[in-house]
Design a protein around this ligand. Structure first.
Ligand code: TRP
Length: 328
């Protein structure tokens, strides 16, 4: 079974990204042939800063390895290192209609926020379709906000297959369950997000130990004093319980039982310590890799080589079936 995930190289990753992203990636690599693509070509669809793109790409690369991806077992690579992605996007543009792209809600939302709406932003979904289809992907684990893009990918794949002959496998999206997400520490009814809320609401993966302890201590708690999971009555404490499960691997019930009879103060302190214990070794590996560009480059080159090899047959079939004259 082939699994493909695309990861944006923008913004500082937080514990919500770990819980719903990095942690799952490491689990996914055990289940099949997994591709993890740092989507730098997508990052230029809205105004971007070159230095931030450069650093963000290497930051995410180092974090993927630090959180447990194995460069031999998985294929971890940077999108722009494999030129097939840009090529596939262009070819798929011919079987994607203007009307389909114009209907994409994410395009409309992002376009509203830009002074300069690029043609690249409009074509974003064809680039994403190429990412997925080049690898004959079975499964795409993806956020709910990407559902429409995945549906478009399936439509475009079917259209291509019909017009030019069976070329692509039709991928399925896998969406996270509603409860499976970390909420903002200051507004626990909202998802922890790079683009929402204040610094105090997010535990960043690279926060130092004291900052983590302080943020958890100041997290919004609820009235009452029992450490009990109850999303309606106790969204703040429920979120901290879930963070504890992320840090220790315990179940919600195990956490509740362990803190039966303890107050919020004790509990928060323990959550802070558990997060520090989880993140400290990750941070150490991250720093090591990030300060060794040659080693990080070597690991990403392994992924790029594997991705080139894996995508080449599909790209070749696309060119051939569409009627491009092949040099012989
Ligand atoms: N658009 C995705 C997002 O914003 C990132 C992405 C790009 C992606 N290409 C992909 C995700 C292919 C899954 C598969 O999250």
């Amino acid at each position: 079974m082939k699994v493909f995930s695309g990861i944006q190289p923008t913004g500082e990753p937080h514990i919500g990204n770990y819980s719903g992203g990095f942690r799952q990636y490491a689990a996914t690599q055990e289940q099949g042939e997994a591709y993890f693509c740092i989507v730098d070509l997508h990052a230029i669809t809205v105004g971007h800063d070159p230095k931030e793109l450069y650093d963000g790409t290497l930051d995410i690369g180092a974090m993927l390895f630090a959180t447990g991806l194995d460069p031999e077992r998985s294929t971890v690579f940077v999108q722009s290192h494999v030129t097939a992605h840009a090529e596939a996007a262009w070819l798929l543009g011919s079987v994607t209609s203007f009307g389909e792209l114009r209907r994409m809600t994410q395009f409309k939302e992002k376009a509203d926020q830009q002074e300069f709406v690029s043609a690249a932003l409009f074509g974003y979904p064809t680039l994403m379709a190429g990412d997925i289809l080049l690898y004959q992907t079975d499964i795409v684990p993806i956020g709910d906000d990407q559902r429409q893009h995945l549906e478009l990918t399936r439509d475009v794949a079917e259209r291509f297959n019909q017009r030019f002959g069976e070329t692509f496998r039709i991928p399925d999206g896998v969406y996270p369950e509603a409860g499976a997400r970390v909420m903002d520490l200051q507004e626990p009814t909202k998802k922890m997000s790079k683009s929402f809320g204040t610094e105090a609401g997010k535990v960043l993966l690279m926060d130092d130990a004291d900052t983590i302890r302080r943020k958890v201590k100041r997290a919004v708690a609820d009235s009452g004093r029992e450490v009990r999971h109850d999303l309606d009555e106790k969204p703040g404490i429920s979120n901290l319980i879930e963070l504890m499960t992320v840090a220790t691997g315990e179940t919600i019930q195990e956490v509740e039982a362990r803190f039966d009879g303890h107050g919020y103060g004790d509990f928060k302190e323990a959550v802070g310590e558990a997060l520090v214990a989880l993140l400290t070794p990750i941070q150490e590996r991250y720093r090591e890799l990030r300060s060794d560009p040659a080693e990080l480059g070597r690991l990403l080159a392994i992924g790029a080589d594997k991705a080139r090899e894996a995508s080449a047959p599909t790209l070749e079939a696309m060119y051939e079936r569409m009627g491009f004259a092949q040099p012989s």
